[in-house]
Design a protein around this ligand. Structure first.
Ligand SMILES: Nc1nc2c(ncn2[C@@H]2O[C@H](COP(=O)(O)OP(=O)(O)OP(=O)(O)O)[C@@H](O)[C@H]2O)c(=O)[nH]1
Ligand SMILES: [Mg+2]
Length: 367
């Protein structure tokens, strides 16, 4: 699925820039024909590396004077509205490229991204027939109540207008012992890494067509409402591994091809979700295995699919394989979608209401 990427605010701009980088240098073909960044802070735009200068749009210069809107959502919404002619002009200039949908990226806790995302999504929906998806970053506990409130208000505003919202929870992915810049960088890579495998599946070119192809329509039909994404990878068995069969192998290395494919999907759900969820509340799902063609095992794929069917209690599961011979990992991707609520959203809601306790969850927090 080819997406037109628009990153808003600091977090949105950085993640859009990274996605543009993966598009430019990755092996997954044409996934993001264009990427733009929109911000009220000039320095954030200047710090980007891949998005071309002309596609970095500074809005609200009269109000924010290039310094951001200081976590004020209303101000973010206002400047997005007044900056819309410039944004629409740039988007219109990009539409000669074929895209299947828009992907709007934003930190939901700040002012520019949080206030601006619903305004932009509405405008894109009015102007184009393409679905509009949002990748929203949820604030961590350290970000405080104002950001929690902004995020919840943003989710309320986005839910009726966006086709799908994919959540990434900073609280779940933060790692201790790093500077903030390192932590953001690591989180952004964790978030962006699975996207080319997910989006690239339908864009496979000669020689890379799977046994069961996932196309843009499959992704669109699977990505509806609130969603989370799971990702895991295990090293594929190379010819060298097979040659040195007497070498001590780790437990993953000993798995049969069927079990390896099954395991990579289960691990994506168990350890690699962008945001915790209650699995059985998902309305639909999409699973994908990508990696060297000779390592993708159809039986393993179908076993993983029927496991997922049982876990999410829905027959609406799509999926397929995506052969990529240039990598030496087997990758499992699981998109769970159609949630009406998520444990982290409940947590943020109770933080705003002064109750710091987490809602009741299952033991591992995933299902
Ligand atoms: N994962 C991730 N989160 C980020 C990054 N930068 C900021 N955040 C988070 O995003 C939220 C704040 O959003 P920002 O994008 O900084 O805010 P903004 O949209 O620029 O809005 P203003 O600065 O208020 O104008 C907080 O939860 C931050 O922790 C980043 O690069 N990666
Ligand atoms: Mg900012």
């Amino acid at each position: 699925m080819r997406v037109g990427v628009i990153g808003l605010g600091q977090a949105g701009g950085r993640i859009a820039d990274l996605l543009a980088y993966y598009h430019k240098w990755g092996i997954h073909g044409h996934i993001a024909p264009f990427a733009m960044a929109v911000n009220t802070a000039k320095s954030d735009l200047m710090g980007l590396k891949t998005i071309p200068q002309k596609d970095r749009i500074l809005i609200g210069q009269t109000e924010a004077r290039g310094h951001g809107v200081g976590t004020l959502r209303d101000a973010g919404a206002h400047v997005m509205q007044s900056g819309m002619p410039a944004i629409v002009h740039t988007v219109a200039g990009k539409m000669t490229e074929h895209i299947d949908s828009f992907l709007v990226l934003a930190g939901l806790g700040g002012g520019t991204g949080s206030g601006g995302a619903p305004v932009l999504v509405k405008a894109l929906k009015e102007l184009y027939d393409h679905p509009v998806y949002v990748l929203g970053i949820l604030p961590g506990d350290d970000d405080g109540k104002l950001m929690a409130r902004n995020a919840m208000d943003c989710v309320d505003d986005l839910s009726p207008v966006a086709d799908g919202i994919l959540f990434f929870d900073n609280n779940l992915w933060k790692r201790e012992g790093m500077t903030l810049a390192q932590a953001f960088n690591t989180m952004n890579h964790s978030l962006v890494q699975p996207l080319p495998s997910l989006l690239g599946a339908g864009e496979a070119t000669n020689g890379r067509v799977g046994v069961k192809v996932v196309d843009a329509a499959d992704i669109m039909n699977s990505w509806k409402g609130m969603s989370v994404l799971g990702f895991s990878q295990i090293k594929a068995r190379t010819k060298k591994d097979k040659l040195f069969f007497f070498k001590k192998r780790d437990s993953i290395g000993e798995l049969s091809p069927t079990l390896r494919c099954y395991t990579v999907i289960k691990s994506a759900v168990a350890a690699g979700m962008t945001c915790r969820c209650v699995m059985k509340d998902a309305g639909r799902g999409l699973l994908m295995i990508s990696g060297p063609k000779n390592q993708i095992n159809v039986e393993g794929f179908f076993q993983a699919k029927s496991w997922l069917e049982q876990e999410i209690d829905s027959y609406e599961i799509r999926g397929g394989d995506y052969p990529v011979n240039a990598v030496d990992e087997l990758r499992g991707i699981v998109l769970l979608s159609g949630f009406t609520d998520l444990p982290r959203l409940q947590e943020l809601r109770s933080r705003i209401n002064g109750n710091g306790h987490s809602p009741k969850e299952s033991s591992n927090g995933q299902n």
